[in-house]
Design a protein around this ligand. Structure first.
Ligand code: LLP
Length: 459
């Protein structure tokens, strides 16, 4: 976050609040978030996309992807900054409802929504239900019809764009669970794609108001090309469907997936640059097709919240081993050249950040409680779980005098860290603190031992 700096004592502080003060009040591990930074990033998306698309469709609706990090405080900020909310389960809808978010500003996703979740969406008067399959389309239609209402539906399509990211977070290629395929169906005599079948069925269904089309090509993507290509493919399909079925599809959602910098090798583009590149393609494609541009929406999660937060850990056990120097790093690839690597254990780990284990994700770490002029030493920050893969930061240079009791900060943990946290080894999930105008406020409290035991029904 931009408001993280060293104070006079060399201690890391956020918006003027020193980390030692946060530790004293809330303990560690702790997620520390800058509210101002969150609001600024949310606004940057809204403003840049609004500006880039102003002449095309009058602006863009930005749905913050709540799966990346969600609590009622964040819902309130999202709403106050003029954004909407993207949810993916009944639980996320419950958070939106508790925060008082108006239903028409909320979207519901998911490849396997339950009837209860769909009914809840209709109870809340959701602005859009993003339908993922033909099966679900029939179910939504029937439920809405039985209630005498029309469900507002977007259809999620797989445009077949291969995003260059980790396989498990790339989602628009054909061979995966999400979305309606745009490819001609070879088992169908007319070769009608699942996407087209869904458009035809939705347009004809009395329980469905078909708003438009949706796609999401993956996550942690830096280059705008993939988003632009997906936009073009969906616009061509949208134009063809409008023509063939004499309908209007007034909305097009291009999903989320905008990347952030976890380490210096990551090179994300500013929101304005991505918006401009996407707008250029939407503008020219609509002109070529001779159609009015649909209202565009996007669903960024990570790019809004990811960089607003760091995790604060306390250092415990240290040990140093000698490892073979890899040939690539100047060593001789096993010819007796070794170098020291220090294992720096912290009081959390894969239960508060599963991303290194799940996706081989890279992070960095800094000594937060003080500065040190000691020499840098190659270190590996590891957690306290009973698993050797429990790594927080694979390789980082930390001062050689780092010792038990020091505080480390790992930046870039706002997205998909707290959200993916677990109680592995019966560790309590950390709380989340939001700092604003020089004071800290707990927005999600950390778990206690009582919480951990509260669902155990007894021997
Ligand atoms: N819209 C849809 C339909 C999505 O599935 C996602 C993310 C987003 C928007 C938001 O994507 P974002 O802008 O945050 O990249 N756990 C993984 C990421 C999973 C993304 C799931 N869907 C990770 O930690 O990298």
């Amino acid at each position: 976050a931009k408001d993280v700096a060293r104070n006079g004592e060399g201690e890391l502080s956020i918006d003027g609040v020193p980390v030692s003060e946060l530790q004293r009040q809330y303990g560690t591990p702790l997620f520390v978030m800058s509210e101002a930074d969150f609001r600024a990033r949310a606004r940057a998306f809204k403003d840049s996309f609004d500006a880039a698309f102003a002449d095309i469709c009058g602006g863009v609706d930005v749905y913050y992807a709540g799966k990346s990090f969600l609590c009622t405080a964040v819902v309130k900020w999202v709403e106050e900054e003029g954004l909407r909310l993207d949810t993916a389960s009944g639980g996320e809808l419950a958070v939106a409802a508790r925060a008082g978010m108006p239903g028409e500003r909320v979207a519901l996703h998911g490849n396997n929504k339950s009837d209860a979740e769909l009914n809840r969406a209709l109870d809340m008067g959701l602005g859009r239900i993003v339908v993922d399959s033909l099966d679900e389309l029939a179910r939504v239609g029937a439920i809405a019809q039985a209630r005498g209402v029309e469900a507002k539906v977007m259809l999620r399509l797989t445009p077949g764009v291969h995003a260059h990211t980790h396989e498990f977070i790339a989602t628009a290629h054909e061979d995966q669970k999400f979305g309606l395929s745009m490819a001609a169906d070879t088992t169908d005599e007319a070769g009608v794609s699942a996407a087209e079948e869904a458009v035809a069925a939705a347009a004809a269904h009395p329980g469905i108001e078909l708003l438009g089309l949706h796609c999401h090509i993956g996550s942690q993507i830096f280059e705008p090309d993939g988003f632009a290509l997906a936009a073009e493919k969906l616009l061509r399909f949208l134009a063809a469907m409008q023509e063939k079925y004499s309908i209007t599809l007034p909305e097009l959602d291009l999903g989320g997936g905008y990347g952030i910098a976890y380490t210096p090798v990551d090179t994300p583009r500013p929101a304005a640059e991505i918006a401009t590149a996407m707008a250029a393609v939407v503008r020219s494609t609509c002109a070529e097709l001779g159609i009015d541009a649909p209202r565009i929406s996007i669903e960024p999660g990570r790019a809004i919240v990811g960089s607003t937060t760091f995790t604060l850990y306390e250092v415990g056990t240290l040990k140093t081993v000698r490892v073979d120097a890899p040939a690539a790093s100047g060593g001789d690839g096993g010819n007796n050249v070794t170098y020291p690597r220090r294992y720096v254990s912290v009081d959390g780990g894969m239960s508060d950040n599963a991303r290194p284990v799940l996706y081989d994700a890279d992070y960095s770490a800094v000594l937060a409680s003080r500065t040190s002029t000691a020499a840098p030493q190659l270190s590996r920050v590891v957690g306290k779980h009973c698993e050797s893969g429990d790594i927080v930061v694979r390789d980082v240079y930390l001062p050689v005098d780092v010792a038990a009791g020091d505080l480390l900060a790992v930046p870039g943990t706002g997205a998909y860290c707290w959200a993916l946290s677990s109680n592995y080894n019966y560790l309590a999930r950390p709380g989340v603190v939001a700092v604003r105008d020089g004071s800290a406020r707990l927005i999600v409290r950390g778990e206690t031992e009582e919480d951990l035991l509260s669902r155990d029904m007894g021997a």
